[in-house]
Design a protein around this ligand. Sequence first.
Ligand SMILES: [Zn+2]
Length: 458
Amino acid sequence: MAPLFLACLADRAEVIQDAMLGERAGTPGRSCQLPCFKYHPKLVLKFCPECTKEDIKRFGVSYWHRAHQVFGVNVCSTHHKELLETKLHGRSRLLRGLLPPTNCISATTTLENAQFAEFACSKLINFSSGRKSNTAAYRRMLKRFGYLTTSGRVRRQLLSAELYDLLSTLTAVDIQFKPTSRKDFRYVSGLLDKNNVKHPAIHLLFSYWISRTRKAPLPLKRPKIRESRPCLGKEKDAECLALLAEGFSLTEIMLRTGRSRCYLKRLAALNCIETKKQPTKLTSDRSVILLQLARKGFHRQIIAERLGISVGTVEMAISQAEGLVGHRKRCKYQSYRRRYKAQILRYRQRNPGALRKHIKKACSAAFFWLYLNERYWLEEALPTPTKAQAKPRVDWELRDKELAMKVGDVLSGCEGRISRSRLDRLLGGHGWLTKYRARLPRTMNVFRAHIGSCKGQS
Ligand SMILES: [Zn+2]
């Protein structure tokens, strides 16, 4: 099968050839880099009973035909009979006395399967003479038959569908070598990608499809020509002109005729007609009220709602009035100042014992605004900061009490004199009776009493 693999995996041909020269039997197979989980070959040898009979007649002995062992081909190309299989029990290269069995019968296959077997056999002979199958050749053939667009893209939908239709008629081919559906685009794209390794059986099937596909090129798709819009005619223009002349607004004419605002403006300009815009809502009376409200510091949303105009119009009017923006900023500053100061003072009245951190947490917006803008006032208004006091980690008095009882227990069970350091070790070796003995007067009294009693006994 080497010629088939070398021809179909032309990019890896050198690696495979080197591997074949090596000693290990599995290396050539691995060097093909085929996904073994998908294309794991069965350990079988295939034979045709009719060929076996003929071989015995001609040569006196039968032999294994190479053309029968091609992956995916399960039909004899000469007799059009289904091939039978002999199971192998190991990956041995040579088994003495292993010949195709005689007296077997096999069924006749369909015409499509027979044609593919013939094709595969002829390909095997071609590949043995050194021909190669590669992606560039596939692309050339596809281009010739119109399966590539003018920009060089593959018409995958058409190609996949036709390929699936033909290959689904080959019932004798193993299913793992065939596309799964009419939309199995990966099957084709993998074949046309030179970095993608596909099994030789798939290359054989694709080559078979190319040999069987239409010989006349497909017509190239022509760009669609847009139908020209029906001309609305001069009637519509006349209607628009009449409405413009009557003094209707552009919006109204736009709604009535369906023509765009730009179109109407151009039409009016060409015919020297003045266009009438929508009436502005901001009259001079309203403008006065607006400015009065704005000077009093009302929010622009409130002004807009009260006058029935947009917020944008209010903002525009405010920005146009001289000094009004600055005045409103000052008003806003004073407003914040009063509000936040009142907030802090009210909180302090309600919580007389509150510390700075409590005020900061409860009135954070007011605290930070005043911290940035009115820091002196804030410092005076807040309670005086309390100094941080370090908490003693150990309550020595309590420890002294507990330890005195414990030492008493230990010493009562002790016979004879005991040193202070040893007693400390018995208590856990914390250094309480050595380093910190000055802090533990009661315990030391208990210990001294014990020493005194020991001396008295001796
Ligand atoms: Zn045969």
